[in-house]
Design a protein around this ligand. Structure first.
Ligand code: IMP
Length: 200
């Protein structure tokens, strides 16, 4: 286990995704962190050119750390669908097009499932958190939650693919669920718990 620690205080969240920022604030602020996003700081979004969650998380955290001179935290996450061979995976955000339209992205996944006449609707959300310090030290943490996809989408809470994802053992979608309940079981919560155990 690393001897590196994150001191509570200001933490730069290397993301422009408002849904992720809200969740990272909910997950880190109780531990004494003030989470400030790359968007709030006016930082540019680097191109995500890697083919793994870890690779892209490191690109984002390195860029924010370099731009601010402060330790930076990034989140690269996505949905992998078993009957689609793990797609959309690291390309989850890209399936929403430009400008991002997650209803369209959910429809695209549903159409792809219908195209392969999928009977297995199981899927998992993955989250990789990377922390990069100004001296070049890096740490990464992986989280996952398994579940299945429903159609049509349900619920106005959460973000991204939340309205079509039901976690194992649950009935509500993440879009219907109380955010505090999602934060107790999500892929992001899993990765945050590992990060806190190692770095706080
Ligand atoms: P990226 O990490 O910026 O490449 O984007 C990941 C994408 O995965 C997001 O834009 C969402 O569509 C999706 N995603 C990640 N985490 C969640 C979540 O907690 N709920 C719903 N969708 C998510």
């Amino acid at each position: 286990m690393t001897s590196r620690k994150l001191t509570p205080g200001r933490l730069v969240a290397a993301t422009h995704n408002t849904g992720k920022v809200r969740e990272l604030k909910d997950l880190f602020e109780p531990a004494g962190f003030e989470v400030v996003s790359a968007a709030e700081l006016g930082l540019e979004e680097p191109a995500e050119t890697e083919f793994t969650f870890e690779g892209n998380a490191l690109i984002k955290a390195r860029a924010a750390c370099k731009a601010t001179g402060a330790p930076a935290l990034s989140d690269d996450s996505g949905l992998s669908v078993v009957s689609l061979g793990g797609q959309p995976g690291v390309f989850t955000a890209d399936w929403a097009g430009e400008p991002r339209d997650f209803y369209k992205a959910m429809e695209k996944v549903e159409r792809a499932l219908q195209d392969v006449a999928a009977t297995d609707r199981s899927a998992a959300f993955h989250c990789c958190l990377a922390v990069v310090w100004p001296d070049g030290h890096e740490e990464v943490f992986h989280g996952k939650v398994e579940g299945e996809l429903v159609w049509p989408p349900r619920g106005e809470r959460g973000f991204g693919f939340d309205p079509v994802f039901v976690a194992e053992g649950e009935r509500e979608t993440f879009g219907e669920m109380d955010p505090a309940k999602k934060h107790a079981m999500s892929h992001r919560a899993d990765a945050v718990a590992k990060l806190k155990a190692a770095l706080l």
